[in-house]
Design a protein around this ligand. Structure first.
Ligand code: ADE
Length: 261
């Protein structure tokens, strides 16, 4: 069974691809201007791909993973802006539902509803999300102090990062304005984090019947300093989170399958 791993930015998957190459070598297939890295990591067959930014890019990549690589599950990992009141830089959010905050075909269809599908919220797979929750919890508790330097943690104000489970919203906008973030929150008060891909991938996975999960590390607060915070976080911290969490996620799966034998 093959799992597809998607991220929007190079820094979020570069270490994972290198670790996979070190463990199994990899085979790269280029389709639609994207490199699909096929290999094995911690005993799990996977295809890792840089989806690029935005809902169209992510949806197209998810379809290719499903149709050309026959993946049985998809995990999206990357960064997000925190818009929930208690969501801080360095926290992790795992989606229990995803909404496209910029989808608005009113008055033909209700706000946020995907026309002709009759749905506004997409619910990720519970088992995959539970596995990611265990991996992220262990990462924050045991790995973070070693993998992210005290200096970086101090710079980003990461003291005791928290794992949240809740609504992630996606749209084709980098939100770097407190008023804009508040506007999204007043339409979707349960939203914890805003990003640019997750709900599109969740919609495709729903339409194809493929289980998916979305995990995001908070790089900024979607306010006026979001673009600076995002850039620094991406370069200095993001890969430690994504590689560390995925390493634990895969390791947990291989020990489960050993226990099943
Ligand atoms: N990804 C990380 N930060 C973000 C933000 N503020 N808006 C949209 N996507 C993001």
């Amino acid at each position: 069974m093959t799992i597809g791993i998607l991220a929007a930015m190079h820094d979020e998957v570069a270490d994972l691809i290198n670790a996979m190459i070190a463990q199994s070598g990899n085979h790269v297939q280029r389709i639609g201007m994207r490199d699909y890295h096929v290999g094995t990591f911690e005993g799990q067959q996977c295809v890792v791909v840089l989806a690029r930014i935005g809902k169209v890019a992510a949806a197209a990549t998810a379809v290719t993973l499903i149709r050309d690589f026959n993946v049985a599950e998809i995990v999206f990992t990357g960064l997000a802006g925190g818009i929930g009141q208690r969501v801080a830089v360095g926290d992790i959010v795992i989606a229990d539902r995803l909404v496209q905050h910029d989808l608005d075909a009113r008055p033909l269809f209700p706000h946020h509803e995907v026309p002709l599908l009759g749905m506004s919220e997409f619910v990720p797979d519970n088992r995959l999300s539970t596995e990611l929750t265990a991996a992220a919890t262990a990462f924050l508790r045991e790995d973070l102090p070693y993998s992210v330097s005290p200096e970086s943690r101090k710079n980003f104000g990461i003291a005791q990062p928290v794992l949240h489970i809740g609504m992630i919203v996606s749209g084709d906008q980098f939100v770097a304005d407190g008023d804009k973030a508040n506007g999204i929150l007043s339409a979707l008060p349960a939203a914890l984090a805003v990003e640019m891909e997750g709900a599109a991938v969740a919609q495709i996975c729903f339409e194809y019947g493929v289980p998916c999960a979305v995990l995001r590390t908070i790089s900024d607060r979607a306010d006026a300093s979001a673009h600076t915070d995002f850039g620094q976080f991406l370069r200095g911290v993001a890969s430690h989170y994504s590689t560390g969490i995925l390493r634990r996620f895969f390791a947990g799966r291989s020990s489960d399958s050993l226990a099943d034998r």
